[in-house]
Ligand binder design. Structure first.
Ligand code: KPL
Length: 298
C-alpha cells in the first residue's frame, strides 16, 4: 500500500521502518520539506535499520491510501489541515498521539475516514538514533462515520508492528492510555527518572489514579481505582527502562503535550464539577517548567 507518515520523530520513524519492512511503499512528510527522511532505528532484536526513505513527494501523497499522523497532539492541527485537500477522499487518516482533544480543534473538517489510535510501544531518541525500547500494543478505532467498520486497517498495521487491536468503540482504550500518560509522563519529569523508577512513588501514583478514575466514571466509563492502577503499573513495568516522551521533551526544552494530557483531564473534571487537586498541581508544575525554558528560548 502507499502510505505517508506525517511526522518523523521517534514514533514516526518506528512506523516508517516497520511499514517499509512489511513491503509497503512509504514516505515521510516533514514540516520543512526534504527529499529524504533519514530513519535510524535500533530494533527490539538489537538489529539496526538505517535507510533514507523518500519524503515530501506530493505525487505519493496524492495517491496515499493511509496517512499515519505521528505528530505531537499540539502539532496536529497545523500539520494535518493543509494536507487534507491533497490526499484522496478514500485515504484513511490515523491519528496516533498521546492525549485527547486535538480533534476538537477541527470539528467536522475531515471527510476522509478518520481513526484514532494510542500505543504503548516505547521509543526514545539517542542522538540521531531511535531506540525501540519496549514492545507494546496499539489500539485503533473509528472516530468519524466514514471510518466505521474499516477494521481491516488494524490488520495492515498489525502485520508491520504488532500488536494492533481494533475497537469498534475506541474511547475506553483512549481514556486508559490518557490515565497512563497522566501518571507516567509528568511524574517522570517531576521525579527526574525512568518510567520503572516511578514504582518508588506509589502513594503519589495512587492519588493521581484515584482522581482519574472518578473523572472516567463521571464520563460514563466503567472503571475503578484498583483496575486503573493495575493497568498503569503494568505499563510502568513494561516500559521500565524508558524515559517518557514528556521527560524527553523537557530535557530537549520542547513544548510538551501536557495541555492534551493532564489539561484534558482537568477540563473534563471541571465539566462534572469534580475537584482533582493532585492533577491540577501536576499541571501547574509542568507548565511552570515549560515557561522557564520557553522564556529563555524566546
Ligand atoms: O506513552 C508513553 C510516553 O512516554 O509518552 C509511555 C507508554 C508512557 C512510554 O514511555
Amino acid at each position: 500500500m502507499k502510505i505517508t507518515v506525517l511526522g518523523c520523530g521517534a514514533l514516526g520513524q518506528l512506523w516508517l521502518s516497520a511499514l517499509e519492512q512489511a513491503g509497503h511503499d512509504v514516505q515521510g512528510w516533514l514540516r520543512v520539506p526534504q527529499p529524504y527522511c533519514p530513519v535510524n532505528i535500533i530494533q527490539l532484536n538489537g538489529q539496526s535499520y538505517n535507510k533514507n526513505l523518500a519524503a515530501n513527494d506530493p505525487l505519493h501523497l496524492a495517491e496515499s491510501q493511509i496517512l499515519l499522523v505521528t505528530l505531537k497532539a499540539w502539532q496536529v492541527y497545523n500539520g494535518l489541515v493543509p494536507l487534507l485537500a491533497k490526499i484522496p477522499p478514500h485515504c484513511r487518516i490515523i491519528l496516533l498521539h498521546n492525549g485527547m482533544g486535538s480533534q476538537d480543534e477541527f470539528p467536522n473538517l475531515i471527510e476522509q475516514p478518520l481513526f484514532q489510535g494510542v500505543t504503548t510501544h516505547a521509543a526514545r531518541r539517542d542522538g540521531n538514533t531511535i531506540i525501540h525500547v519496549a514492545a507494546g500494543t496499539t489500539h485503533i478505532g473509528p472516530t468519524n462515520s466514514a471510518a466505521i467498520g474499516q477494521s481491516n486497517i488494524a490488520e495492515v498495521l498489525h502485520q508491520a508492528l504488532p500488536d494492533v487491536a481494533w475497537h469498534d468503540n475506541i474511547m475506553p482504550a483512549i481514556w486508559k492510555k490518557l490515565a497512563v500518560n497522566c501518571v507516567i509522563n509528568p511524574l517522570s519529569v517531576i521525579y527526574n527518572c525512568r518510567n520503572g523508577d516511578l514504582q518508588k512513588y506509589m502513594p503519589h501514583v495512587e492519588a493521581i489514579v484515584k482522581e482519574i478514575s472518578e473523572v472516567m466514571e463521571a464520563e460514563g466509563y466503567r472503571t475503578s481505582p484498583e483496575s486503573l492502577l493495575h493497568y498503569v503499573t503494568n505499563v510502568m513495568c513494561m516500559t521500565a527502562d524508558n524515559y517518557s516522551s514528556m521527560y524527553q521533551d523537557v530535557q530537549a526544552q520542547r513544548h510538551t503535550e501536557i495541555d492534551y494530557i493532564t489539561g484534558y483531564l482537568l477540563r473534563a473534571a471541571r465539566k462534572h464539577g469534580l475537584s482533582v487537586t493532585e492533577n491540577a498541581h501536576i499541571f501547574e508544575t509542568i507548565k511552570r517548567k515549560e515557561q522557564t525554558y520557553e522564556r529563555i528560548g524566546s
